[in-house]
Design a protein around this ligand. Sequence first.
Ligand code: 5AD
Ligand code: FES
Length: 354
Amino acid sequence: LRLANDLNENEILAWLCEENPENLDKLWQYADKVRKEYVGDDVFLRGLIEISNMCSRNCAYCGIRAGNSKTNRYKMQVDEIIKSAHDAKRFGYGTVVLQSGEDRSTNAFEIAEIVRQIKHETGLAVTLSLGERPFEDYKLWKEAGADRYLLRFETSDPDLFKLIHPSFGSTVSDRFRNLKDLKKLGFEVGSGVMVGIPGQSYETLAHDIWLFGNMELEMVGIGPYISHPETPLGNGEVVLSIPENQVSNSELMTYKAIALTRITCPDINIPATTALATLNKNTGRELGLERGANVVMPNVTPSKYRVLYELYPDKACLNETADECNLCLSARIKSIGRTIGVGSGTSRAMKNRG
Ligand code: 5AD
Ligand code: FES
């Protein structure tokens, strides 16, 4: 098997199927080399603020879906969000990420005002991860000073996407459309997928990874799918036909997807995700960083809310405080000989595109 930045879809597929440990070692080494060459040893930290777990949507895999009546819902007050942003700044993080369920009752102006205030008071880069919204809302947020937007397309298989992601009223979801809108507005754009969602074949995942490069994304987040018992996919209410070549939602498969993404998109930002850390709490993040990733997203959400933002069970860092995660992550990054990035950590891809 060949290793080069121009791997085609079939080669990506062959690597995803590779199980020989010696060959996989070559994959890890090559991904690490590409990472070092294109984005260096800096690991950039993004302070994640889970601003609300309210959600209007009913994704079959997600623990905070509207239909989960067992979740206590919260929405952080504006001053609490601002305080968390100041915490992130105090920890030396260059970016805050505001994430929430796709809550259609939240007015776009509310968000714009929060973005403005964070930019004004902290000067941090602001990333939004608030789901599918109309072009006008994205535009308003960009004008308010938001720098980046994260929206995973979850899977490039349109039939599977429909099954796991029911439409909202009469609006048909088209995340590729949303991502195009965001790019057009000048956002630095991130997307990504879950590895091993039921119904995902190797071919589909290979196509997902090929698309990351083709779409010219600046960031790609990849984590394993983790079953949540209070969801239709987790409790067997939704049964998807499992292809013969179903991708496993394993730690190993996640590393393969991360490494191949780094190789095919050398200059983008790739996080070692919380979902990956959830599968291997001891060394998941470190191994992610050594197999292609260059970003970590420490949680700065206040503890009382953090426990309620349960996308999947047993999430890493659920019982830690923002201070604890800060110390923990700095130590982990240093332990593998990497440095902590200073500044906003805009991707090389964004800079290269100008
Ligand atoms: N397992 C893993 N990842 C999940 N996400 C949502 N639910 C799950 C789950 N059960 C991911 C989705 C979403 C991101 C915010 O969290 O990919 O885009
Ligand atoms: Fe949260 Fe280690 S990063 S405890």
